[in-house]
Design a protein around this ligand. Sequence first.
Ligand code: NAD
Length: 419
Amino acid sequence: MSLMDSPLYRDAVAQLEKSASIMGLDPNIMERLKYPKRALQVAVPIRLDDGTVKTFQGYRVQHNMTLGPGKGGIRFHPKVDLSETAGLAMLMTFKCALVGLPLGGAKGGISVDPTTLSRQELQGLTRRYTTEINMMVGPTIDVPAPDIGTDGQTMAWFMDTYSQLKGYTVPGVVTGKPITVGGSLGRAEATGKGVAFCVNFAAKKMGMKIGKSTTVAIHGFGKVAIPAAQDLRDQGAKIVAISDVSGAVYNKDGIDVAKAIEWTRSGKHLKDMDGIEKITNDQLLTLDVDILIPAAIDGVITKDNAPNVKAKMIAEGANGPLTKEAIEILSEKGAFIIPDILCNAGGVIVSYFEWVQGLQNFFWDLGQINSKLHDILRDAFDNVYEASQEYKVDMKKAAFIAAFRRLERAMRYRGLFPG
Ligand code: NAD
């Protein structure tokens, strides 16, 4: 597969072209944004526990670095390929630009099912991958983070390997590290907290007051969904439905969120929770609620079920939970959609804070982190909302327009080397 040949890459370019034509983006800027700046494919051979050697394919792609060093996760998943990685890198360029970070867009990954490897094999894989892409990363060059199939432990191995190669500790080379090796307070909850902030900004625009009469359904109950549920519950909202891969649970008077968290964290499925009504994931998506937060996987609301979605506000906690057609249908119906590149940007914002803290070796308290996260998201939300009013487009297109405006200005100022 060529660099720009996957459905995800083509979809990212289509979104770029659509919003660019609405706002009249400079065609010369558009021409540059369509192509990733740099892509690397590496062989990652490791010795398995049985003594044999197996080679995996790894990638790192930097899409655009006008605003600063590359930023984007490392994904360990069997479906990872060069072009999907390039498409995800492009979306990171737009996300970082949208929320005003001094960072560009990048992404990386290895085509591997990490659940089939032992801890030792995973460590070997991560360390060899780090060595192979070493020339492309660094605190001032490109700063990876966890993504699907990777976590804080992966980042700790990455940081350690990079530091071994340098001869000194370099905490700023990756984010999403455990706190004891330079991670940031608030990073783990940042995405979900950001979702809850965005829900509040949207409610204000809609004249909706978040309180005990507000009903919320959340699709998924993982790293993004749980902190969002906790924050909205703490504001008094009723979380009437939540779900996981096994199914959904429903209580019209509000689910006991703390009990559900304990249940989930003990490794149990929600479908097995006792004393609560069970519904399907599909039923959850079409409940008559004020706020729907799809925070599990992509493509769950399509042209088929969108006409039945009743929520007044839909906050895209996951990446791409609404298809293009679903966004059109729901926007027509008057639903307020908070687009993913804004709604789930809390994670990359606190990753940015972690990078800054790592560079200066001075760490902030949680209050500072959450208040800065709030202010950055509020400004980004206002920019998107203004763009949606100015161009009379849905918030999804407006988010791209707001991102392109910033990129266009920066790319014009910096110009085209060598001229
Ligand atoms: P997670 O693995 O912690 O949680 C996912 C949840 O979705 C789980 O409850 C799982 O059971 C459920 N789920 C999985 N497949 C499902 C299905 N087919 N139907 C219904 N539920 C299903 O993942 P996460 O980190 O919370 O990520 C969720 C989404 O948010 C993904 O799209 C991810 O790319 C996106 N996202 C995550 C972050 C982050 O910081 N974690 C940042 C930005 C975007």
